[in-house]
Ligand binder design. Structure first.
Ligand code: SAM
Length: 226
């Protein structure tokens, strides 16, 4: 099935089954391409992970410590996890797609402090509570077609972080060119400041920042557990 057919196919009633079906197919077809469409070949792919790890961590640099426990939600094949593995004591990635998880485990086999988990697509079930110091998500929620899934992740991340833990994640804020009438597993839902306020009303997060990214269709959100 082509990417176009995949996106036009009837979505399964269960949104997590839909995300798993489509992302498992993308991972099986050409994981590096769907993770980074413009830099998927050779060293370009690995180096893009180094650059994006810097983008994710850069402005938090004063709060980072080598002994931190770090979690990446939607880790793909571990493009950035390998660099987190160099920097931090304990690193975990979780992803909805079995094909991505399988490749990540091979890609990261050298890193004994990096662990990859197959998730249910909306929670961190199976990962401990009060455990992580830093949770990150990069170029994942922009592909999620149901806002409630993002809300569920934000809530479960509150459980998984320990006190003063940070959650930094990128969201899509505007429709993309060529986007269809309804969100799908490529062009996900747009997130607004009202959504951030909703998350703040559900758990006692502190809002550290909600700022635009270099890409005008996306924004970073940084929340902290008190
Ligand atoms: C564009 S890739 C980005 C991968 C990684 N964050 C990176 O930057 O290298 C999006 C990833 O999110 C995963 N994904 C999509 N929906 C997800 C969900 N609901 N829960 C967890 N992972 C999801 C996909 O399987 C895919 O591996």
């Amino acid at each position: 099935m082509s990417e176009r057919e995949r996106r036009e196919a009837a979505p399964p009633a269960d949104v997590t089954a839909w995300m798993r079906r489509d992302w498992d197919a993308r991972g099986g077809e050409n994981a590096k391409y769907y993770i980074n469409t413009s830099e998927h070949e050779g060293f370009d792919f690995a180096l893009s992970g180094c650059r994006d790890a810097f983008e994710v961590l850069g402005h938090l640099h004063k709060e980072l410590r080598h002994d931190m426990r770090v979690l990446e939600i939607g880790c793909g094949i571990g493009r950035m996890l390998q660099f987190f593995g160099v920097l931090f004591a304990e690193v975990h990635g979780i992803d909805v797609a079995p094909s991505m998880v399988e490749q990540a485990r091979r890609y990261l086999a050298r890193w004994s402090n990096v662990h990859v988990h197959l998730g249910d697509g909306r929670s961190l079930t199976g990962l401990p509570g009060d455990h992580f110091d830093l949770a990150l998500s990069f170029q994942v929620f922009q592909h999620v077609p149901d806002r409630q899934v993002i809300t569920d992740y934000v809530r479960d991340t509150f459980r998984a972080l320990r006190g003063r833990g940070l959650f930094k994640f990128l969201v899509k804020t505007k429709p993309w060119a060529g986007q269809g009438r309804r969100p799908d597993t490529w062009c996900g839902v747009d997130v607004s400041r009202a959504d951030v306020d909703h998350w703040l009303s559900l758990d006692p997060w502190q809002l550290r920042s909600a700022y635009d990214s270099d890409d005008p269709s996306k924004a970073w959100v940084v929340l902290q557990k008190p």
